[in-house]
Design a protein around this ligand. Structure first.
Ligand code: 5AD
Ligand code: SF4
Length: 383
């Protein structure tokens, strides 16, 4: 007898666990995952199985996208937003924050700083606005960023839903990748986390993603993980949504509550942060196995839960990292969620730390490269 178990019971337990392991291995070995397979992979918390999952996702990553991590300098150039998403700290109804738009001279300095420090790409992110003044401003930012870097800097935009015509203008002005998260592919859940009205329409979001691809953008989307009312089946559907829509880039991060938002009232329904974190890592790993040659970002929200969060994301299969270059004078007004890490990553010594932890994870940083999605070229040349 051991800890109250008879030998027969112990044998039975070990048989059960052996048969479960075999089942996990069998799923992992499949060429194509069904929804049930994905649910099983995401649901496992057995350390051994999770280890096997990461081993597989890392070998797929090495084979298909290599071990170079693509670097983008993230600049949150304005927090003015016309939307009111229930989860987001910069939603228009949050009057507690100061609204800003970084002056052009400062934006130019940051872009030059990034370029001189061998960043191949920038991500310009903002709240959503679709008035002409804003669009013209974004066009200016794109044009001068290209000009002052001898056309060398690659540009990803993340400025929300725009018309097809606007997307075309932005593309023609120098942006070539665009991020627009679907947030959840479950329409009913979408309306639990957004107001249901013309400004927040699930169908419009889908249409915008379609238009981005049509315009010729490398198209990125993504979701939040651990939302109230979200199920593992929803997350499996999200991964299948990325696959079905032949997406080039994905950014997924744990949902983190923010006090000044309507969704804060559901905080008691949430799984613990470490579980949201671990589930996000498993989502990255399963997605890497399903969509081998896409770009997957290790999101900042991972870092808000664990100070090695992004590097753990790389170890699970992500291949893009976006150090935040937003000046500290603005960063606190871009709190999408509580405890957003205030990383001063434009400062040399912090960057060195990040670089060495990336090396420790077995990866290297791709300097001076745009770091495009290989999948984009596969899908467009196959047309
Ligand atoms: N927790 C995690 N991610 C969030 N985002 C917005 N609010 C939160 C939050 N509370 C994400 C959304 C959005 C991206 C810019 O930031 O997915 O698309
Ligand atoms: Fe605005 Fe984006 Fe936040 Fe929604 S998630 S309120 S669109 S910044």
């Amino acid at each position: 007898m051991y800890m109250g178990f008879t030998i027969a019971q112990l044998l039975l337990l070990s048989l059960i666990s052996d048969s479960m392991k075999t089942e996990f291995d069998a799923i992992l070995a499949k060429k194509i995952f069904s929804k049930d397979d994905i649910v099983a992979l995401l649901s496992t918390t057995d350390e051994n199985d999770v280890g096997k999952l990461f081993e597989k996702s890392c070998s797929v990553k090495k084979e298909y996208v290599g071990s170079e991590v693509y670097l983008r300098g993230l600049l949150e150039f304005s927090n003015v937003c016309r939307k009111n998403c229930f989860y987001c700290g910069i939603r228009s109804d949050n009057k507690q924050i100061h609204r800003y738009s970084i002056p052009d001279e400062e934006i130019k300095e940051i872009v030059l700083h990034a370029w001189k420090n061998n960043y191949g790409s920038m991500v310009f992110q903002s709240g959503e606005r679709n008035d002409a003044v804003f669009i013209e401003h974004v066009i200016d930012i794109l044009k001068y960023s290209k000009k002052i870097t001898n056309n060398e800097i690659g540009i990803t935009l993340s400025c929300g839903e725009q018309s097809e015509k606007t997307y075309q203008k932005l593309f023609d002005s120098g942006a070539h990748r665009y991020l627009l998260r679907i947030e959840t592919s479950n329409e009913a859940l979408y309306y639990k986390i957004h107001p249901e009205n013309e400004t927040h329409s699930f169908k419009a979001r889908i249409e915008a993603l379609r238009n981005l691809k049509k315009t010729g953008f490398q198209t990125g989307t993504g979701i939040m993980i651990g939302l109230p009312f979200q199920t593992i089946e929803d997350l499996a559907d999200d991964l299948l949504f990325f696959k079905k829509n032949d997406i080039d880039m994905v950014g997924m991060g744990p949902y983190i509550e923010h006090k000044e938002t309507p969704m804060y009232k559901y905080r008691k329904l949430l799984m613990p942060k470490t579980e949201r974190f671990n589930l996000t890592l498993r989502m990255i790993a399963v997605l890497r196995i399903m969509m081998k040659d896409i770009n997957i970002a290790a999101s900042t929200a991972l870092q808000a839960i664990d100070n090695e969060g992004r590097v753990k994301g790389l170890k699970a299969g992500a291949n893009v990292i976006m150090p935040n270059l937003t000046p500290s004078a603005y960063i606190e007004d871009y709190f999408l969620y509580d405890n957003k890490p205030c990383l001063h990553e434009n400062i040399g010594k912090y960057f060195k730390l990040l670089e060495s932890s990336i090396h420790d994870a077995g990866d290297t940083i791709a300097y001076k490269k745009w770091g495009d999605s290989k999948h984009f070229f596969t899908r467009t040349s196959a047309r």
